[in-house]
Every structure is written in C-alpha cells, then in structure tokens.
Design a protein around this ligand. Sequence first.
Ligand code: BES
Ligand code: MN
Ligand code: MN
Length: 462
Amino acid sequence: MNAHQQFIHENKDRFLNELFTLLRIPSVSADPKYKNDVLKTAETVKELMIQSGADNCRLIETDGYPVVYGEKMIDPSLPTVLVYGHYDVQPPDPLDLWTSPPFEPTVRKTEIHPDGAIFARGSCDDKGQFYMHVKALETMLKTNTLTCNVKFMIEGEEEVGSANLGAFLRNNKEQLKADVILISDTSIIANDTPSIDVGLRGLAYMEVEVTGPNRDLHSGVYGGAVANPVNILCKMIASCHDENNHITVDGFYDNVAELSAEERADLNKAPFNMDAYKKDLDINEVWGEKGYTTNERTGIRPTLDVNGIWGGYTGEGAKTVLPSKAFAKISMRLVPNQTSEEISAKFEKHFQKIAPPSVKVKVSHHHGGNPVVVSTTSAAFQAASKAMETTYGKKPVPTRGGGSIPIVALFKSELGLDSVLFGFGLDTDALHSPNEHYGIFNYLKGIETIPLFYKHYAELKK
Ligand code: BES
Ligand code: MN
Ligand code: MN
C-alpha cells in the first residue's frame, strides 16, 4: 500500500460517515418546501470542507441557493484546479419504490457492487462524487503530497438548471481564476472498464399548453364536433418523430455536427453489452434513430422526449369529459453545434405551425444548456487518463455522456476554461430514480485516483 492508500484505508469509516451526514439532509432544489434543508446542506458542506483542511471557506450568495467556496492555495507558481460539483439533489419520488428511505443512507450489496453500495438520493449524483474531492484534498494534505492549488465551487441549483450560475461566474471571475475545471458528476462504463466522458449533451426544456373549448364539456353532447386538446396534443407530439425516429421539428438538424466514419468507429469501440443493457431495463428491444448504435443515440445524436403529460380526468373511476386543456413538458437533448436558444425557438415555431386551427397553443421555455466536447490532448485530460490507468490498471476509454451539466459550456464561454469530466459512478446507479446508490468501491477508488490527477497535472504543466 502507498501512503494515499494507507491513509484512505485507515479513515474509510469516517470518510463514509461524513458522506452519510450530507446524504441525510434532503437538499431537493426543485421543491421550495426543502429550502431550509438545502441551505443547511450548504452550511454542512462548508463545515466539512473546513474540517478537511480547506481555507477561506464560505457561502457565496447568488439569486438562488448559495455556492460553497473553499480553497487551498499553496504556491502561486503552481497550477490551480477548480473543482465543481453540486450539493442539491433530485426529488425522491416515487417514495414507495425505495427499498430503504431516500434520506437514510443504507449500505447493501448488489450484483454489480459486491463490496456494498450506499443507497440514498444524491449518493452518486452528486454528493458522493463531489465529496470524494474533499476527501482527496484531505488525503493529499495529510500525506504532504498536494502539487497544485485547489479551489472548490459546489453549487445548489444544478438539478434545476443552474440558472444563476452564469451571473455567478461573471461576478466572481477573480476568485475563480484557475487553469482547469475538474468535475466528478458523470459515469464510467463499468468498475472494470474505466472511461472518461469527452462530451456532454445540451438541453432545451419546453412546456406546452393546448387549449380547445373554453371549458370542460360533456363528451357526449359535444364529442366528435369540438377538438379534444388531449387527442390533438398526442397527435402533435407523435408527429415530432418520423418512421425512422428522426425528429421532424423544422431545421432541427441544421447545425448538428456529423462525425466522420473514423470518429464513429472509435466511439463504437467502447465496450457495450446489449444483453446486459436490455436485461437491466427489462425491455425486449431498444428504440431509436435509424442508422445509429445505442451509444451513438445517447452520445452524439439529439433527442426529443416528453417528460410528462397531463390533462382531463385522471381521478378514480370514469368521467365522460371533453377537457378544455392539455399540457406536456418536452425536453430535447442537444449535440454540437446546436444551441439551446436556437432549438427552443425552432421548437416553438414548429409547434405553433403544426397546431390545427381548432386549438390554441402556448409554448413556454424552462431551462437549457449548451452541449460540450472536451479535448483529449490537453494536459488535464492526459493527467486524468494516467491517473485512472494507474488505479484501475487499464487505460480509460473516451466516451460521450448523454446527460447535461449546463455549467460546463459556461465555464468555457465565461471563463475560457476547459473541464475534465472525471466521473466515477455507473449509469446503472439509478440517478434520478428510486434506489439511487453509489458503490463503496467507486467512492474509495475516486478518492484514491483524484490525487494522482493532481500529481500528473502538475508534472505535465511544468
Ligand atoms: N450528473 C448529471 C448529468 C450526467 C449524468 C451526465 C450522467 C452524464 C452522465 C446531472 O446532475 C443532471 O442530472 N443534469 C440534468 C440537467 C439539468 C439541467 C436538470 C440532466 O442531464 O437532465
Ligand atoms: Mn449531477
Ligand atoms: Mn442529476
């Protein structure tokens, strides 16, 4: 065992217990009823950072939830790494599908995690993953091996779109000065197959309201003669994909960067087990855009999905009603070189255009974010790759992540900084779902790997 492994081994239980303290606070940013818990989480993150040896720890206010800041500046001539993460979590619903309560962290073994996994909302996304960085700093400080300056910026609004973070970056440019951004909020392929995301999709999130008659009607008296907005909305949504599952929104693909055959072949080298994929989801067949593999469909192709749809009578029993209104939340995942603004505008125009004259349509915009790709030749990416190669015994595979982290594009446009997506979770860890979990193996492996990133990054930047 080397000095880092020794220190992590000796402090393993405490490292886990500190994370459990964070996981017990329900920091759900989407629901105002958790406001005090979200704020308490920010305070707790700050306290834990102080205990772990960071300096200048404080909450920086935004127009929403505060950002927790902390740093360890050891030498101005060394490179500075800015660690980003988020302490807010997704709502835990549906509660009855959790085996143990979402805010009572519980360790259980699973097939994929034979050493045990921590079951709790936020365990993987992102409390368990950002807290690895706090413990990695402690490990480097206690073993006298820190080779870079470190800054932490842990936000509380990622799961609701980071709407206040663009302004935060602009207002705190000096404080956030760094050479690179380091983020653990993505996945690896498997615990024996390390990978590093080299891209993230963007997002355009819309809400639509379709209005038919001015009030709910008797479906016998009026049915068949007046447009039913639920019927119409379903038809409009269905028409957004053609028979090849291409998206029909006018101009949707105008700016989509097409990859060369060679780039696609490279991406498809990433190990992928279709049978395991289908078995995990209990589906008989996958679905998606014709001409693309599953990894391409989630990595390099844009999507349009209904996230929720409602309207009419949904209570007990049956009610014969022709509803006045129908609603849907529709989001689109974006790839280079689409932008959230462009696609939101195109969707709105398209949805107005395809509406029949028998209904009125209102389209509104929720949050969005732009897609990103990161360089694999940068010193930071090379340092991350070497670090994983050492601790996993295998060179990590470059992958394209299907999810979105809106701030990553803003780090580039506002601060001119590249990010390294140094995630350690698994896609099967049930992020945003009931029974979210994070492997203890993954947590400890992250704490062991992160210090090697600093070591290699300092060497490569010399
Ligand atoms: N950590 C995820 C994003 C992610 C997960 C990227 C797995 C790659 C692999 C993040 O917390 C998240 O859930 N982002 C949201 C976007 C946000 C605007 C609500 C998403 O992707 O839906
Ligand atoms: Mn996340
Ligand atoms: Mn998330």
